[in-house]
Ligand binder design. Sequence first.
Ligand code: NAD
Length: 496
Amino acid sequence: MMSTGIQQFDFLVEGKIGAALSGKYFDCVNPSNGEVFARVADADEIDVQIAVSAARLGFDHGRWSHMSLAERGAFLVKLAALIRDNAKELADLECASTGKTIKHATFIDVPSAAEAFEYFGKLSGRLIHETIANSSPLLSMIEREPVGVVVAIIPWNYPLIMTAWKLAPALLSGNCVVLKPSPVACVSVMFLAKLAAQLGLPKGVLNIIASSRAQAGQELVSSPDVDMVSFTGSTKTGQAVMSLASKGIKKLTLELGGKSPNIVFADCDMDAAIGGTLSAIFMNQGQMCTAGSRLLVEESIYQEIVDKLVARAKSLKIGPADNFETEFGPLVSVAHRNDVLRFIEKGKKEGAKLVCGGQIPNIDIKGAYLEPTIFVNVRNSMSIAQEEIFGPVLCVMPFRSIDEAVGIANDSKFGLAAMIWSKDLEKANKVARRLRCGTVWINTYGAFCNEVPFGGYKQSGFGRELGLAGLLEYTELKHIATDQTPGGKSLVTSWF
Ligand code: NAD
């Protein structure tokens, strides 16, 4: 803590907490009030190189990759405990930097991050053990090995959870990592770096740096010392990352944007569908990759759903994120709020009808506030229905048949998630199988589970996080074949 009351955060590199070589810091603004509340060490190209070299040396040394799964897992379990011990500070920082409500940060972000570290930490011994296939006289050993140096790049909307989803499987499988959070919201991750420094990990295994420069991500992805890139962020940046990674034929996972359909059938449980729909678009102020931003409602209940949603959305308590009573905080920044406002103007121009919100509420002129917003008379071809707005803007469209609902739902370049509300579970399951996306929630929203893989189809990316599939992304497969023919004579040794 500096004397001004502004907290200062440094890097974790080579096992130590330290400042950038230049001594530079960038400011972090609290979107609830527009005040600078923290400063974070700002990586130049040389700091990026030092972090990558530390990870390279750490990996090539072999101490980490040669530890047993149980030994590596124990570090993750310890980090989970440290997160729980520091839960209040982490939640406060997550809330101050992202604008998510303190209730959200306390009950979702911090515990979910701890649980993800613990889940992977306790997988030890159950996974990535070699399997042995015997095709006599050959003994084939198939082994899973770490990929090497992994660069993990994360967005600003769920900094702690995204960190856990990447670090835990990458480290458990024996890789050395450089993680870079977004400069827009990174202080909770930099605090986590301080906790990780207490673990006693071998030097270079885990490095966490931040930078105000957009090029820092490019420098990490294109470094010849990096073997794999695990990226979460927008589809546009994902395209740039894929292009850069292709130059070194690097292993890559991309967790990108979404425009998820939320399909409400007339036979739904109305209260559940209304509550779930509100959560799907207004939790975290709609800044969720899986946000149910396209609401498709069966025609016979369309008006009833719209009226109920508008009434509930108008009653949400908007305010500073650090108040436990607040239901709807600010967006992450004034710049992002203004981008969302531009989409709202575009929607009006395209002919959609605004029935709720769309305005800056009168709370704090320096804050990044925006009312929960609902559009009707939306056509799926409009840009507000096709582009990811990444804010609290709901587009409502009616449908008359299952085929029409599935057609609209799949008419998107994205394929991250979908929601279905119906009491007819056989119908809902049939519809789920026709949707081109990585996750379908039936009669719920946002049910993530550490055991279950998460990821996208189409331009929502490729690769999976969490579960066994998420762990295996961070491994290479090796085949070691030994000829056991007695006397050493086999077809190949006696061919010539
Ligand atoms: P973004 O793409 O702008 O930035 C993501 C990260 O990439 C940041 O750390 C940023 O500094 C870095 N970056 C920027 N330019 C880069 C470059 N050229 N090369 C390498 N790295 C670069 O995304 P954002 O605004 O931080 O986050 C919002 C986006 O993230 C939304 O599209 C959302 O849907 C997506 N997201 C996806 C998931 C998922 O699991 N699919 C989860 C959360 C968020």
